[in-house]
Write a protein that binds this ligand. Structure first.
Ligand SMILES: C[S@@+](CC[C@H](N)C(=O)[O-])C[C@H]1O[C@@H](n2cnc3c(N)ncnc32)[C@H](O)[C@@H]1O
Length: 282
């Protein structure tokens, strides 16, 4: 069984305000990914993440006209404000496969970020620096769009469509990575209900969906980073499927929930309550 060593990820732990290495298989860090990952020499095999969506959260009324509470929480926690693209650019320097969930309104920007050529101009914000426009290849040369179809979507439409799907993009470098899983696991759509979460976070992803992402987006023993960890649903699915996990979360409340979940997950292996690859909800 592969292990995470602190030595290999010292650059990250030094920049985090707190961290926990759990059973040498999960490293969870408290802090801002933009700071922690900036110019990092650390290596990540894959990235699987559910970043803050960017959308107009001002609506959010049910069909009875009531304000939906999760929209309020998203607004107050900045979960409708998007994220700094440089976080993904840093990770893409080493990770040959990236999966990113996103809102419908972010589709164009995120697909462009991962799959279109870019220029040096994007990286220079110091006005004194001469601008050199050197075109570079796209971060990734293959991609596919997948969807989580909610079997119990929120009954809202508000002059739009019912939001019963959440898309993700999987982008990878041909020749260095190929999507994993059996034929039946390689479908582009997965059905799953929005579960009632035991965790106090408005956007916890179902483990059934995260398990699919891990199977398609990584190999056994890979180091998977999630720079927007939330409660570490990516981490729990990764550990259950024999991968190693690094999560970064900036909100101390969600960081603590991550620590508890990851510990619980690994403790269940230790006590023999579950076998690796056995899928349980934690
Ligand atoms: C959509 S949620 C992820 C939820 C996760 N999929 C789960 O199941 O719990 C995104 C998370 O990213 C965190 N976040 C946003 N910007 C961040 C940043 N720059 N660095 C670290 N964490 C960040 C937010 O606090 C939030 O918990």
């Amino acid at each position: 069984m592969e292990k995470l060593t602190l030595e290999n990820y010292r650059d990250l732990t030094q920049k985090a305000s707190e961290y926990q290495l759990i059973n040498d298989r999960a490293l969870i860090l408290l802090g801002d990914s933009a700071t922690i990952l900036k110019d990092t020499p650390c290596h990540f095999d894959r990235c699987i993440s559910d970043p803050p969506y960017e959308f107009d959260a001002a609506g959010g009324k049910s069909r009875f006209g009531n304000k939906v509470n999760s929209f309020e929480v998203m607004r107050s926690k900045g979960l409708a404000d998007g994220f700094d693209e440089n976080i993904i650019r840093e990770i893409a320097k080493t990770a040959d496969s990236v999966i990113l969930f996103h809102h419908n309104d972010q589709d164009y920007a995120i697909t462009g970020l991962l799959t279109q050529p870019y220029s040096e101009l994007d990286f220079i914000d110091d006005e004194a620096t001469p601008l050199v426009n050197i075109s570079r290849p796209a971060l990734y040369d293959r991609f596919v769009k997948c969807q989580w179809r909610k079997t119990n979507p929120m009954p809202v439409a508000n002059k739009h469509y019912v939001p019963e799907t959440e898309p993700w993009i999987h982008a990878w470098r041909a020749g260095k990575f190929a999507p994993g899983g059996e034929l039946s696991e390689k479908m582009r759509i997965i059905d799953a209900p929005v579960g009632k979460s035991d965790y106090d976070h408005p956007t916890v992803k179902p483990l059934k969906v995260m398990r699919k992402c891990i199977i398609n987006g990584s190999n056994k023993g890979d180091v998977i980073i999630d720079p927007f960890a939330g409660t570490s649903s990516t981490g729990v699915a990764a550990l259950q499927l024999g991968r190693l996990y690094i999560g970064i979360e900036k909100d101390p409340e969600y960081y603590e929930i991550s620590v508890k979940r990851l510990r619980g997950c690994l403790a269940a292996f230790e006590t023999g309550d579950i076998e690796e690859n056995q899928f349980i909800l934690i």
